[in-house]
Design a protein around this ligand. Sequence first.
Ligand code: THU
Length: 114
Amino acid sequence: MAHAPISNFRVGAALLAKSGQIYTGCNIENATLGLTCCAERTAIFKAVSEGERGFDAIAVVADTDTLTPPCGACRQIIWEFCGDVPVVLANLEGKVVKETSLGLLPRPFDSSFL
Ligand code: THU
C-alpha cells in the first residue's frame, strides 16, 4: 500500500497492540518530502487514533537485501508509544533480525524528563 512516488522505496510496518489487534502501516510520501510519514508512524498513528494504548512489538519490512531500520523520528515515536519492545526487521526473502526499541534509541528523551 506504500505511496512512494518520489523514492520508490516501499516500506510496510505491522504493530501488535496489547489488545491482540495488528495495525499495518505504509510509507506515505509528499512532494515536500519533510511531510512524508514513514510506515512505522502510520501504523502507530492508526492504532492510537483507534484508541489503542500499549503495544507489544513492531515489524518493519522492505524489499531490500539489507534490512531497513526505523529512522530517528520513528525511533522516538516507537519509544514514546511502545516503550522497550521488540523491533523486527525483515525483507521479502524471509530474512529477519530482532532488535529492541531501546537498543535502537539508547538513553531516549520522553515525558519523564518534563
Ligand atoms: N521509510 C519508512 O517508511 N520507514 C523506515 O524505516 C525508513 C524509511 C520511508 C520514508 C520514505 O518514504 C522512504 O522510506 C525513503 O526514505
